[in-house]
Every structure is written in structure tokens, then in C-alpha cells.
Write a new protein. Structure first.
Length: 246
């Protein structure tokens, strides 16, 4: 199985393929890419908008190069619906995947994210994904994306602090990390919050992508039909859209 991971920012080195390979089956090949055009990080709707065109283009290219599924490595799920329109392979976003998983693990969940600027995005996502009544709260650790790993210990401490507050003050039964840059510390944070599941959205999304491939499932083309071909100016890096016959 070949799984394409698109980290939809232009900053190199934030994630590497080996990190993702450690979260999937040994026979799953990870193909990882970042953007040449777009934001350094995603911390607003504006940043997300800038990331979408080439994120979708990378997924289109990935399908043509033999990828069996694609994973968008950002909790904003930038370009998720658009990418599903232009490919047949499964495309998974970590926010959608982790919110639905959390909704199965408890009555209410909270998201602990990077900055207050992205808090409204998660409330909006919960509405779109049909789980708004399950969302107890969205909290932030007040650490920008590109500074998360400058002091990993401080990041974990902040995640534990806000996760405990979400459980004790907001009534959360499950915690979701609100940034894929927080991956790899879920079990460490879990030990600090007790009997409450902590969902790493990267691992959840990658595993869902594997499951979809193994079960032969993908998104419905009735919901995500191919766009009608038309002239597109200024996006030379976007491959031509061509419907694939079933």
C-alpha cells in the first residue's frame, strides 16, 4: 500500500516520512511531500486558503503516481472536499477523522490546539462534520505551530494543563490534539490526564486511510463528483482534471 502524506506548508523539516511510517503497518509505504507555494504554517483561515491549491494538486499528482490513499497533514483539513472531487482514491483529513473517532469514544470531546486564532475554525468544523453537539470546548496552549518543538517538555506540560481543564471544567470525556505538530506525545499526555482517551489526529487519520484502502472503500462520487473541465488561469501547477472511468 502506498500512502501519500501532504504536509500543506512550505516549512521543511516540520515532519519527516519516518514519523508517519512509525504509525502505520510495516508494509505501508509513506510518500511525504510539502508545498512549494503556500504559507509557512497554518494558523488562520487565510493561511488555509493559501495552502489549498497546491495541496489539491499534490494529491492529484499522487493518484497519478500510484498512491492508494492520501492524508492531509493539518487539522484545518485544507482542501479536503476539493481533493475528493478530483480523485478516486480515499482522501483523509485528521480533523474529520479524529472528531468522529472521539465521538465514538465518549459523550463529549474537547480540542486542545495551538493558538486562540484557530479556535473558531474547530467550532465550524464540528458543525460541518455533524458533531457540534459532542464538542465540549476548544482550548489553546498559546504556542505557535513552528515553535511547538522548540521546547517539547513545555508543550507536553501545556497540553496536560489544558486537557485537565477541559476534563474538569468543560466536561470533556475525550481529548483531541488540535495540531498535527503535536503528534507523538498522546500517550505521555494521556498519563497526565487519567482515564480519558487522548486522540493523536495524525495516527487516527493514517490508520483510517489504511482501513479504507484495505476495505476497498472511498468517498462517494455522488457526494464528490468531478468538476466540469474549464479554463483555469494562474495555477500552472494544478494538473488537468480528467474523470477516470469506473
Amino acid at each position: 500500500m502506498k500512502l501519500l502524506v501532504v504536509t500543506p506548508i512550505t516549512t521543511p523539516g516540520l515532519h519527516v516520512a519516518d514519523e508517519f511510517s512509525a504509525m502505520v503497518d510495516p508494509d505501508t509505504e509513506i510518500v511525504h511531500t510539502t508545498l512549494e507555494v503556500g504559507p509557512a504554517s497554518i494558523e488562520s483561515e487565510f493561511d488555509e486558503m493559501l495552502a489549498v491549491p497546491q495541496t489539491v494538486a499534490k494529491i492529484m499528482e499522487g493518484e497519478k503516481n500510484g498512491a492508494d490513499a492520501a492524508f492531509i497533514d493539518c487539522m484545518g483539513d485544507p482542501g479536503l472536499k476539493a481533493a475528493r472531487e478530483v480523485v478516486r482514491i480515499p482522501v483523509v483529513g485528521p480533523c474529520e477523522a479524529s472528531m468522529h473517532l472521539a465521538a465514538m469514544l465518549g459523550q463529549r470531546f474537547s480540542v486542545v490546539t495551538v493558538l486562540d486564532s484557530v479556535v473558531p475554525m474547530f467550532w465550524n468544523h464540528a458543525k460541518v462534520y455533524g458533531v457540534a453537539e459532542k464538542l465540549a470546548s476548544v482550548r489553546s496552549v498559546d504556542i505557535p505551530v513552528l515553535e511547538l518543538h522548540q521546547d517539547p517538555g513545555a508543550m507536553v506540560q501545556a497540553l496536560v494543563r489544558e486537557s485537565r481543564a477541559a476534563v474538569n471544567d468543560d466536561g470533556a470525556d475525550v481529548i483531541i490534539f488540535g495540531c498535527t505538530g503535536m503528534c507523538g506525545v498522546a500517550r505521555e499526555v494521556q498519563s497526565g490526564v487519567g482515564e480519558v482517551p487522548v486522540v493523536d489526529p495524525v495516527e487516527a487519520g493514517l490508520r483510517l486511510a489504511e482501513l479504507l484502502v484495505k476495505t476497498g472503500l472511498s468517498h462517494s462520487k455522488k457526494t464528490y463528483p468531478y468538476p466540469r473541465p474549464k479554463s483555469i488561469r494562474g495555477y500552472d501547477f494544478v494538473p488537468e482534471i480528467g474523470e477516470v472511468e469506473a
